[in-house]
Design a protein. Sequence first.
Length: 827
Amino acid sequence: MFMAKSPMDTLHFSCIQIAIALLLFTQAKSTTEGSTSALHPNDAIPSCVAGEKSALLAFRAGLSDPANLLSSWKGDDCCRWKGVYCSNRTGHVVRLDLQGNGQALAGNISSSLLGLHHLRYLDLSHNRFDKVHIPEFIGSINNLRYLDLSGSLFVGSIPPQLGNLSNLRYLNLGYISDNTYSTDITWLSRLTSLEHLDMSGLNLSTLVHWLPSVNMLPTLKVLRVTNCLLKNSPDSLLLSNLTSLETLDLSENHLHKHSRPNWFWDLTSLKYLYISGNGFYGPFPDGIGNMTSIVEIDLSDNNLVGMIPSNMKNLCKLESLVSFRNNISGSIAELFHRLPNCSQNKLQDLFLSDNNLTGSLPTAPVESLSNLNQLYLSDNKLTGHVPVWIGELKQLTTLDLSSNNLDGVIHEGHLSRLDMLQELRLSDNSIAITVSPTWVPPFSLGIIELRSCQLGPKFPMWLRWQTHVMSLDISNTSINDIIPDWFWTAASSVMSLNIRNNQITGFLPSTMEFMRAKEMDFSSNQLGGPIPKLPITLTKLDLSRNNLVGPLPLDFGAPGLETLVLYNNMISGAIPSSLCRLRSLWLLDLSSNNLNGSITDCLVNKYSTNMTDLTLSIVNLSLRNNNLSGEFPSLLQKCPQLIFLDLGHNQFSGALPAWIGEKLSSLSFLRLRSNMFCGHIPDELTELVNLQYMDLGYNNISGSIPRSIINCTGMTQTRDNDDLRDAFTSGVYSAGNELVDYTENLTVLTKGQERLYTGEIIYMVNLDLSCNSLMGEIPEEISALVALKSLNLSWNNFNGKLPENIGALMQVESLDLSHNDLSGEIP
Ligand SMILES: *[C@@H]1O[C@H](CO)[C@@H](O)[C@H](O)[C@H]1NC(C)=O
Ligand SMILES: *[C@@H]1O[C@H](CO)[C@@H](O)[C@H](O)[C@H]1NC(C)=O
Ligand SMILES: *[C@@H]1O[C@H](CO)[C@@H](O)[C@H](O)[C@H]1NC(C)=O
Ligand SMILES: *[C@@H]1O[C@H](CO)[C@@H](O)[C@H](O)[C@H]1NC(C)=O
Ligand SMILES: *[C@@H]1O[C@H](CO)[C@@H](O)[C@H](O)[C@H]1NC(C)=O
Ligand SMILES: *[C@@H]1O[C@H](CO)[C@@H](O)[C@H](O)[C@H]1NC(C)=O
Ligand SMILES: *[C@@H]1O[C@H](CO)[C@@H](O)[C@H](O)[C@H]1NC(C)=O
Ligand SMILES: *[C@@H]1O[C@H](CO)[C@@H](O)[C@H](O)[C@H]1NC(C)=O
Ligand SMILES: *[C@@H]1O[C@H](CO)[C@@H](O)[C@H](O)[C@H]1NC(C)=O
Ligand SMILES: *[C@@H]1O[C@H](CO)[C@@H](O)[C@H](O)[C@H]1NC(C)=O
Ligand SMILES: *[C@@H]1O[C@H](CO)[C@@H](O)[C@H](O)[C@H]1NC(C)=O
Ligand SMILES: *[C@@H]1O[C@H](CO)[C@@H](O)[C@H](O)[C@H]1NC(C)=O
């Protein structure tokens, strides 16, 4: 069961897993190496056995080695070749370490390897043996103790011959490729010395009883079967052989069963247990309480409910409890009370974001948390104040309390001893952060998320000392102040910067181009002055709803810009041709400014050398409510992906060009309201099959409605609008929140009222031709536009009868035909 994940949570969670995986890997590797008497190839004594040298050369001959990894494989002493290790006692090759790292070997594995009779260790991981099967003869390398084929891109079935490797201690078949599978693993049961088994990513979907084969391996310490499409996991092992098992990773399978009983709760030797992403449901299992060796447990992304069991108090070795996205409920105080309380508190990581925890954080310090590094409690239902004892958790690197109902004040006392803190996340609470303007924090944060906390009215001075921040969100924090100059220096390395929705005044600095941000949201403030050259790294910028003046920059300076949102400012002048250099731009909203002049045609763009093949990526373009003039912009011929176009409330004039139908074939929303367009509605316009919204109201359009309007299936069929949604929302996710949170709005005149449509505009189907000089009969074809919700033909010169079938427009909520010369009966 996969829940909507907030990206940051996922990030942390996987980093931890990787770190653990690496740790375990190193451990496993060193113990296995210790058991061979391998020697560094530079040690003098042995020289190569002749037969083994020719076996190695034959092996190399089958390989393709584009990166020349085996260039050292020459000369007599094969014990000195890269990746070849000989026993310093016998001189035999005992180990081949041919792990590919970015650069990789490919080709065929020659059976000449069988000539290495003393080979104990074979690592072929992370090479590119794609399209090749794992050779069956590997099962005949009798002395093998260690075999690593992970990530080697072999395809097909795992050969059961591997079951002949009765000396094997370590077997890694993890994530070999997407097309590796096994339909029978009974051969495993013959590997009775096996200590480490990784089959992650192997397609084991056909296996029903997979566990009995594994249960034949009494020495097994590590078992990893994540992402194996396993569907079955028995309630118990009547007789368990797995008494040495320390690591079990069952995560991301399809077990979908009750949390108990389950065979693994009986494995009291377990130190690391990962069962996330399996659709386990039911109460938080009390079997955990018997796992007294447990160091780390991850139960995330299941549907566990209830409180953690009280017997967890005994888990004195527990370092990490990970349970993102479950439904743990009950009071946080009770949960803390049930955490291990031992002479030495080992607990380092407590990950409980996205659960159903309630109540206040306890007022007295919680002894079990005294060594905590990371505390994630976001997206629960916590209330009350943040207690001051949080400030005594001196090892704390991450404090995440966001999206709860916490209130009260956080002051220096909460923060002054958190020297190690790297991430402070308190967004979406009613917390006020009140510190003295002279306070110097002891920490240097990488992530600051304080959205909707109360930081103002003064600009928070302590941010001055936070010069290594990657992500800063102080949006909606009641700051009512001028932005200090130091801020731009302190924030110069921030990648995601959000100060939206405050009352911040001041100018954007001329040095802005030297910042390193990818995303900036300064919208809804009172920033003035012109827009300077932008950071070269910038992809998303929202400066809407400020007091910006002056012309747009002649050189935007951000070649990768994707969204540029500048509506509701006082930007003046013409739209510069430098816009044509923004080849990735897909959302441009310049509406409600003072722009004037006609829209540049990029053919005369001095910045680009060859404009004949120019195409822009623009999908959503809004220029409404400016003073733009000239003809319908011919630049739009270069915008084949345009879906939404709003030129309303300007002074555009001239006829609508016929090329709209051909060049803007994706167009769904066309709004030209309140301009001075004249001439006929070109027939070609009705080639826009997706057109569902056409507003030509308040222009000078003459002629009649083309009968081919029936070809606009956007108006004849109610479509599935999900594909449209992306065109209207910027969909930028940053730290789980939409940064540059853009929703297109339109006002539609229906039932005599201007009505504001926000996100739901995608469902609006509208034909508005009001206040023009159209004439003739209203064509019968109009009544085929049955998806219409609003039809306004008022204030024209239509005459004749109403279309017979107009009653077929069942979805219409607003129909206005007034002020025409229509006659006859209302059908
Ligand atoms: C082999 O080399 C290792 C490491 O240099 C050494 O510790 C070991 O004693 C040597 N074994 C023999 C048999 O020489
Ligand atoms: C691997 O074997 C196949 C089939 O025998 C052959 O076509 C291919 O050339 C071989 N590849 C190399 C690198 O020798
Ligand atoms: C190796 O295993 C296969 C299949 O499991 C078996 O048929 C074969 O006899 C074994 N070979 C040897 C040499 O043991
Ligand atoms: C896994 O294997 C089964 C049966 O061999 C196959 O039907 C299925 O498509 C495979 N799944 C994936 C994701 O490869
Ligand atoms: C435990 O392992 C031994 C050795 O592989 C095997 O003989 C025995 O059948 C196993 N017991 C169970 C219950 O599988
Ligand atoms: C925990 O172990 C005790 C003693 O072995 C046993 O009685 C109890 O049933 C176990 N609890 C669970 C939940 O497995
Ligand atoms: C928690 O429970 C609610 C209500 O039963 C359910 O809608 C939601 O999906 C559950 N969440 C998780 C993460 O299991
Ligand atoms: C934890 O242990 C200490 C010392 O044994 C004890 O004073 C305290 O009450 C315990 N806390 C909880 C929550 O059980
Ligand atoms: C969440 O907690 C509330 C209050 O404790 C409880 O009524 C509700 O059933 C819980 N929801 C789930 C899905 O556990
Ligand atoms: C511009 O590009 C077009 C199409 O790629 C090409 O035919 C033309 O020769 C180019 N013109 C110049 C001046 O490079
Ligand atoms: C609708 O489009 C088709 C195909 O482009 C065309 O043949 C037909 O004449 C059009 N219908 C009307 C009423 O113009
Ligand atoms: C759309 O309307 C909402 C609600 O009034 C407003 O917050 C938002 O800024 C508007 N978006 C645009 C692009 O005007």
